[in-house]
Design a protein around this ligand. Sequence first.
Ligand code: SF4
Length: 524
Amino acid sequence: MILRRGSKGPLTIHLINPSDSAFGTAVITPRWLFVLATATPIEFGDPEICDETLESLVPERIAAGDVVGIGIHTGNALRGYAVGRLARARGAYVVFGGIHATLYPEEALELGHAHAVVKGDGDLAWGQALRDCARDAPRRIYEGGRVAPEDFKAARWDLLPPDRYMWASVQTVRGCSKHCSFCSVWRTDGQEPRQRGVDRVVQEVVELRRLGFRFIALADDNFYPVTLDDLAAAGRRADKTRLHELEGLRRERFELMDALAQLPDDMVFFTQITMEAAEDLKFLDAMKRAHIRGALVGVESVTEAGLKDVYKGFNLFGDELAARLKAFRRAGVHVLGSFIFGLPSDTDSTFDATVELADRADLTFAQFVLLTPFPGTVDFEKWVKKMNDEGGEKVDGIPLTQHWLIPEPRRPKLYTPHPTLALEDIRIRTQGAWDQFYSWRRVWKRAQILESMKSRLAFVLVSKLYRQMYANTGIATDSARVQRSARSARWIAAVCRRLFLAAPMPELAVPTSRPTPLATASGA
Ligand code: SF4
């Protein structure tokens, strides 16, 4: 136990996930909170975890001399800074981390009143920051970097509050070899996949199933890090070193899926994957056996020009796109297709054509997001340069190029002028795409894939919840509509949560992973 400096009682570590909206129940556990709990050195005791997507922070819980860790991405940075100022005013040490703090450490120090910022992975650097705070000597910056996969920490699931989350989350790989222009993952987590050891992943999954979680999100940047094209390209090189590295990574994926396949049949995994996996039938088959029943696939655009806009030329478009997405469904993997609206090549007809394609491709869920230049991306850099060249626009004195600092009600929904469409038109039609895809008629039609009436009703509820949480609260500008949606999301979420849990299995044994023969793994 460590005592607070100049104060009475033991020092408490707080880990806070900032959010402006609290729903009481959340869909997926914010994994980083529980990973940093593991990374907290034992002498500090158990950290106190506050996920503001469940309930807002109670400031009185923070005492002078405590250490408060706040993780931010661009979307919740403004709330994170408010929490940081509040914690510092109460005499606590304030440490920021997360993607946004990694990109803008000075901003967190200035606006979040941070004592310190951990850049990059917190698995190792967080412990050092805590020890320095405890001796009143925090450094301004800790370079967490990209830790090796063997140093990835597991999560402290014993600290999970009961009855709050529908899905648990486990990470199996960090990094993505692609370079999509709207995405910062490949720059922050790196382009070289860092895969966690199979046994450690499976151990964590088993721990969760023992607690009664049967739905688990594999919170990876890209679950399919080595494509058949990657293997073919490496195979053409005279030096086979890279080929052998890729084969090793691929083999580990199959070992992981073989181990997951040995888990109880009621388990359901969901992951994020690139579309190329659909042409890899052995991989799809292994996913199915491993109980991976759903995947978020970044479709982004249904046209060739749209894909070029976002440097995603490896995706297909038109009929081939629909056929490839259907391949997931045939393999028993339901797709949540993600689409971006507001791309320069979008036209009047893009919105309806996208919903039509989503229908035709048998997507189970879809999300329609507005093109937003996020820091750390290629798009953002180009946009900032253009804005600066044009003199820079401001909202309430805050440059648009720091849009995350504009209070939510005043924050624009779209930033990049469109060559042919009015921005408000794009926003309204994006809202329309959500309304169309999640209309009662369409949702009920999709629910027919399920056999029992209970499952169909559950599907309808989850579909409506998804729409309320992400469309109405994220795209709508009418505050009454946003509040109504937040209220109904809260209610639906409480009902839905019960549908996701199963009876705990405290005796569940950990399956053993077996080396997978290369012939199977490489699709040879
Ligand atoms: S959008 Fe997906 S595929 Fe593209 S770089 Fe990001 S994680 Fe990789």
